[in-house]
Design a protein around this ligand. Sequence first.
Ligand SMILES: C[S@@+](CC[C@H](N)C(=O)[O-])C[C@H]1O[C@@H](n2cnc3c(N)ncnc32)[C@H](O)[C@@H]1O
Length: 282
Amino acid sequence: MKLSFEDYKRIRDFIYRQTGIMFDDKKLFYVKKRLDARIQNTDALDYVDYFRDLRFCDPQRLELQALVNLLTTNETYFFREFEQLASFAEHCLQETCQVKRKLGRRRLRLWSAGCSTGEEPYTLAIILREMLEDFDDWNITIYGTDINTRVLETAQQAVYEQRAVKDVPPEYLAKWFTSTAEKRYRVQQQIRNTVEFERVNLKNPAELTRFSDIDFVFCRNVLIYFDNESRAQVVSSFHDCLNPGGYIFLGHSESLSRITGAFRLRRKGDSIVYQKPDQEGK
Ligand SMILES: C[S@@+](CC[C@H](N)C(=O)[O-])C[C@H]1O[C@@H](n2cnc3c(N)ncnc32)[C@H](O)[C@@H]1O
């Protein structure tokens, strides 16, 4: 079936409005392949028919969800961007906890926004277990959210192939994972207990308002798929949900410089991170 460029543009603009993910003109064949896979599962006659059904005959957005599940890029692994995580563990986390201990506020909220199959939020849970000697005195929640419901199912199962754990330090692998008979790795229950998974579409501001009192947002390798307008909208929501002095961690190829001036750029260890000004505006 031929997908005309005009029909492609209509569908990709609709996906952009729904998800913030922008497919450029070169992605026609990537999108077409996934549309073909979905059309086979419906009684749509062609792309125009499918697109009409997608907009007007999908009240619960089930078909849109199935299409989005095929379209997102979900590459991830444990301890991805190790240097940045070291800066988080050795500097940002320690400083934040020190301030909170003094104030007697032993609550930490982390958010892995665009968590894919769960490796990032579980990595954060392992880091907190390893770095906080007084871990049990803290009330800790790590939110793992994604628009793709298929990856969230994998995250809940918490069983991974060898390639996902290749960068996990061996002593952590032995301590926080159990090997399965199929040569896979199951994250231990103690780590899983700290993480809550949920479907959240970052493009929909209404879905983000329920997050508040957050200390650290990790939104790494997600905004690269957005355009500047959607990035600005998502980052503004992060600003609202973060505590004063809270941090945003982006992927190494991502930057807020053209998006907003609302965060301070800080060098922490070997990494650059973004911090919301504290109560004194510093
Ligand atoms: C490449 S993965 C990054 C995973 C992890 N943060 C990392 O750096 O390893 C990007 C994730 O962003 C998710 N994503 C894309 N658009 C989204 C949106 N509008 N709302 C929530 N998640 C989205 C995708 O489903 C995908 O799982």
